[in-house]
Design a protein around this ligand. Sequence first.
Ligand code: ATP
Ligand code: MG
Ligand code: MG
Length: 406
Amino acid sequence: MDKHVIGVLGGGQLGRMQVEAANRLNIQMAVLDSENAPAKQINLVASDKHVTGSFAKASDVKQLAAKCDVITYEIEHVDTKVLEELEEQRPHVDGSTWSRIQPSWRTVRTIQDKFLQKQHYAKYGLPTAKSIAVGTWHPQGLKDIAEQLGYPMMLKSRTEAYDGRGNYPVHSVKDIEPALAALKDRPLYAEKWANFKMELAAMVVKTAQEADLDSWEKNTLAYPTVETIHEDSICKLVYAPAREVSKQVAKAAQDLARQAVSTFLGTGVFGVELFLLDDDSLLINEIAPRPHNSGHYTIEACHMSQYEAQIRAILPGLASRIPAGATELTVKAAIMLNILGGPQPDSHLLVAQAALDVPGARIHLYGKGDGRPGRKMGHITITGSSISECEIKMHPLIQWADAVRL
Ligand code: ATP
Ligand code: MG
Ligand code: MG
């Protein structure tokens, strides 16, 4: 299908599902991560190209770059300085005008600092919660910020955040010192509380390299608007399409997601997390410059999965050949349940085993080894002819997932 080798920074579950999609298209992938990382366990096409090391270490990233034509990501916490350097040395794929780092390291540099990310949306007039950088660990500094944002507010780490690890809700002045202690030594900012009635998400495929908000309708495609349910700040369930959301709101969410993604340089899929407020207005929570947990359902429920979309969007000959409609549902409804680790190293397997008895339940286990509480170990997708049909089938599995987490 394409002779270019894709190098991916990170080899967790998102990298693993990218490799699965690449295998089907007979496209080679090289993965940079620790030995036997989830994405390395299943690579049939080019297992000899993997690099053992870290996506945060310059010399390892250079080693990967030497083995591939296009570099992409499955995680945003990468060393962007080395990517900048690599681009200076050789910006394009085989002397073409196609950047060999997709999406751009500039995009990742903005996104990986959540405060810079928020400022980016504000600059383009895109709605997002008001945010203020925290320049001091002195409690008075944060109290002053709380005066401006009001209580509750969310104290967040600017960097290295995932699955809510990096967030601390500040409900009153009493929480200020514990919040600062919990996020000690991390660069911080405070965010106005979003009183949302629902969390929505939409995956967006960006197929043009330039950043151009005016061209969002031409340069981006959106997957359906989905509803995400978080528990303890970790995504638990995804409902596609979002339940009890009007067509207008679902379309507004897709359009906002596409507009936001169009402001970033480079191609690929982006996961856009949104808050839906009581008056049906939307705020952008954050954007991931890569496949996303809220898009796992696309494997079973859409014409083209988010993983295939990522591979096609970053390759010079394939990006312009994603037809309208490829991101649409092939089924009426789907629900995705994350399988999280529990108290025992194999507790999560109880959820996967229960799914064996549910007709049509598609089980994904990531090969991460031992589970830990809250660690994403796998997921289950159920598709059907209505959300309620999926809900009935998913119900016992949610109970298993809850029991495992106790
Ligand atoms: P991930 O990258 O895994 O999605 P994260 O660690 O980057 O998570 P956020 O997306 O910032 O964290 O926040 C996690 C969850 O915390 C959100 O999905 C939402 O439920 C809640 N949350 C975050 N920011 C706010 C806010 N300003 N107001 C209210 N709730 C919030
Ligand atoms: Mg995040
Ligand atoms: Mg998030």
